[in-house]
Design a protein around this ligand. Sequence first.
Ligand code: ZN
Length: 181
Amino acid sequence: MIVSGKRVVTPSDEAAAQRFRYAAIPTEVAQRIRSTLRDDFRNELRVWISDAEGNPCRHCLRMTRPGDRLILFAYRPFATSGPYAETGPIFIHADACARYDGRSGFPEDFTVRALTLRAYGNTERGDISIVDAEVSQPGCASQGLTRLFAAERVQFVHARNQAWGCYDFRIDRATAINIAT
Ligand SMILES: [Zn+2]
């Protein structure tokens, strides 16, 4: 067992870090939103000053701190269309931040949260379809991911805020070819 800061990393966490990749939104998206202050859904955006902790930046996957400059915009985290390919609000830092390294294991700032895990696959037409879903309790996402990815037709999983439903990040099998989005 390894103690990393305040977080205790268990052997099952380590194993999960080897099996899964955790993808923040692409840097190109964050840069475009910051430079244009417009999203893909015609919303004109502005910079907010965070007055509380707990708004996760979907690019660095860190919880923002009071005083951080943020942008709220609408984002559709799917490469293909379909009734399940929904759009919703997410925050990013308004200033440059490093994209989360998806090979370094489960994002630490999210271990204190219960998360909704939604598993997706493609239909025969190529649309996105939801396959399964569950709620993981704080620090227990690796068990849920292991169960969901045991089904071959699951191609990727989205982690979302349990109560608010907002998109957080995407999880792929480490062996998946396309882990960019
Ligand atoms: Zn950030």
